[in-house]
Design a protein. Structure first.
Length: 416
């Protein structure tokens, strides 16, 4: 049917079928649309009024909802997979338990909306407004939140944004060699297209009543979880080489990484305000990671600072990383000391020799001395020979810094 500017105000349209109907500029204010069907690509709902409408369990899959107004509407458990709701208004609407998978909400207004337990996987929220929205338990895995306003939104530990956003993931994959992508079985279309029609509906005959997925599972997350350690190392090396700013063919475009940095900053601030410390730490790390990558591409010396912060304390978020860095310094110095030698008491010096034998006691003695120098400036009965003394001084200085860093990280975790 073609029903332009139709008036359905306060009507009871429970289980009504509007598939393929042209309903632009119609008025459904305060109407009851429980389990009604608007779920086809030909269903046009441009600039339609749904204020205070009861749309519980209503199907809007693939419907066109441009500029439609859902203020204070009840859309609990509504199905909006693949719908196009660009510039639509959902202010103060109830969208809890709704399915917004692969939907387009570009520039939409969702201020004060109740989105708790909603599934927004791979949806587009670019330039959308979600101020003071209830996002508890909602999933935004692979969703595009670039330039979205999420100030003062409410989140909890069950609000999910994924381990990495698509923009950073795509930028990293673009910087890898083609043979690395093939070796790691990287799908070609992974994380590139989002919003309506980015996922198959599972019906080749155009059946509007096809069963859409109600729970989004990220292929990107699966791919990242299945990557082996060797794949990650080779991928990191390929990105390091391809992004080298001094190479003629290096990739200089930092647009996607800069957008990723802004998104991570907004999410981190959101979890800080609520507060949810574990997620705040996670996205603080991701924000600093993008800063490190951008500074490397631009050839900035700040890359060295970000790299040192990453390997020493995971940008101030990991006491475990401080301990790992300390162990690394101990082992490194243990390998350097025998080059020039260490003299224990009045005995012979422990020193590398082609004709010498490997002694477990000597190895343990050197490691113990390295540990001692890391945590104190004393040598005990050990005398470093030649440049080994400078190595010992350097290890003590680094040890003092690492102890201060450990106290900083533990204090930071305690206060958050």
């Amino acid at each position: 049917m073609t029903l332009y500017a139709g008036n359905f105000e306060q009507s009871d349209l429970t289980e009504a079928n509007f598939q393929d109907a042209q309903l632009d500029f119609s008025n459904f204010t305060s109407a009851t649309l429980r389990s009604a069907k608007f779920n086809t690509e030909q269903t046009s709902l441009i600039d339609v009024q749904f204020e205070d409408a009861k749309c519980v369990d209503t199907r809007f899959q693939h419907a066109i909802l441009h500029n439609s107004k859902f203020q204070s509407a009840n859309l609990s458990s509504a199905k909006l997979q693949h719908s196009d709701a660009a510039d639509a208004i959902f202010v103060s609407s109830k969208l809890h338990d709704s399915k917004l998978i692969c939907a387009n909400f570009r520039s939409a207004e969702l201020d004060l909306a109740e989105l708790h337990d909603a599934d927004c996987g791979k949806a587009v929220f670019e330039s959308a407004s979600l101020k003071q929205a209830d996002l508890r338990g909602a999933s935004f895995v692979d969703a595009d939140l670039f330039d979205a306003d999420i100030r003062d939104a409410e989140v909890d530990h069950e609000t999910e944004f994924g381990s990495q956003i698509c923009r950073e993931f795509s930028a990293d994959r673009d910087a890898e060699w083609d043979w690395v992508k093939s070796w790691t079985n990287l799908p070609e279309e992974l994380c590139i297209e989002r919003g309506p029609n980015s996922e198959p509906t599972g019906d080749s005959d155009g059946n509007p009543d096809v069963e859409y997925i109600d729970s989004y599972e990220s292929d990107r997350e699966k791919y990242m979880n299945q990557r082996k350690r060797r794949h990650q190392v080779i991928g990191a090396i390929s990105r390091l080489i391809n992004r080298n700013p001094f190479m003629r063919d290096s990739q200089q475009n930092t647009t996607e990484l800069e957008k990723s940095e802004g998104i991570y900053l907004d999410i981190k601030q959101l979890f800080r305000e609520n507060p949810v410390p574990e997620q705040r730490r996670q996205f603080n790390i991701r924000e600093k990671e993008t800063k490190r990558k951008i500074s490397y591409i631009k050839g900035s010396f700040s890359w060295l600072r970000w790299s040192s912060l990453r390997w020493s304390m995971q940008y101030g978020e990991s006491a475990k990383q401080v301990i790992i860095a300390s162990l690394g310094i101990i082992l490194l110095c243990s390998l350097l000391y025998p080059i020039w030698g260490l003299r224990f008491g009045s005995g012979e010096a422990i020193q590398y020799s082609l004709s010498g034998e490997i002694s477990a006691d000597a190895i343990l003695s050197v490691v113990f001395y390295s540990l001692r120098r890391l945590i104190s400036p004393t040598d005990g009965s050990v005398t470093p020979i030649g440049p080994s003394e400078w190595i010992a001084l350097g290890e003590t200085a680094i040890g003092a810094l690492l102890i201060a860093v450990l106290a900083f990280v533990l204090g930071r975790r305690a206060t958050t």
